[in-house]
Ligand binder design. Structure first.
Ligand SMILES: C[S@@+](CC[C@H](N)C(=O)[O-])C[C@H]1O[C@@H](n2cnc3c(N)ncnc32)[C@H](O)[C@@H]1O
Length: 210
């Protein structure tokens, strides 16, 4: 039986995220945190063949799905997935991880920091700050509170629903996200509105405002 998982939301937002990556992402090695089913990485790698993609996820069934989706393509620019949890010391401390480059031109994380405890958001930023090249970019996709003047009712409902599932989950406020990033040497450079009240935030290692 196929190990390919099909996440409907992933398939729905893949093209919109890809359009942002095509506009802003530099060439080089791209590490994907929380790759989930692997549908995103396959979609992005097909369109961005000048980049090499390094998917990852902590869940064994997600790793199996990433492998299954990747095997179905004949792409040479998707590397084998890494089992990686961003709350683990070796990630956030920036230690070398066997099988991975020591630094990346970009790191990509979609739909993770609201479906995980705050330690995951903090760990994600800490490791990204240590592993991005000096001109590197962190792309963070998802819903955030505090960007729009009026919060979308669907995001308020989503936040309630997440907290019912796990009190440590929830839509994060942009102020907190920026503070966590700042403390890891990452600066919010671009905020891009996406369909369905989501955003792509692009963080840079160097604060170009200063
Ligand atoms: C909603 S899915 C998003 C998957 C994919 N990025 C997407 O946008 O469709 C959330 C993912 O976050 C991963 N995740 C949760 N906690 C994590 C952690 N501490 N470190 C890395 N990934 C984590 C889960 O295993 C899951 O694959």
């Amino acid at each position: 039986m196929s190990k390919k998982l099909d996440f409907p939301a992933t398939a729905r937002n893949a093209n919109a995220i890809l359009a942002v990556l095509q506009q802003y992402m530099a060439f080089g090695d791209v590490f994907e945190i929380a790759s989930g089913s692997g549908q995103h990485v396959v979609h992005f790698a097909k369109a961005l063949q000048q980049n090499t993609f390094w998917p990852s996820d902590p869940e064994p069934d997600h790793i199996a799905s990433i492998i299954a989706w990747s095997e179905q393509t004949s792409l040479c620019n998707i590397m084998p997935p890494q089992r990686l949890d961003v709350t683990e010391y070796n990630w956030y401390n920036g230690d070398p991880i066997e099988g991975l480059p020591n630094s990346f031109s970009a790191i990509l994380c979609s739909n993770m920091i609201h479906i995980a405890p705050i330690t995951a958001a903090k760990g994600m930023f800490a490791g990204a700050g240590k592993r991005l090249q000096d001109d590197g970019q962190l792309f963070l996709y998802g819903p955030f509170f505090g960007i729009s003047d009026n919060e979308a009712p669907s995001n308020i409902e989503f936040d309630k629903n997440l907290k019912q599932r796990n009190p440590e989950w929830g839509v994060r406020s942009i102020d907190k996200v920026k503070a966590w990033a700042d403390s890891c040497g990452l600066y919010l450079g671009k905020t891009i509105s996406m369909p369905a009240n989501n955003f792509v935030l692009i963080f840079y290692k160097n604060n170009t405002d200063s």
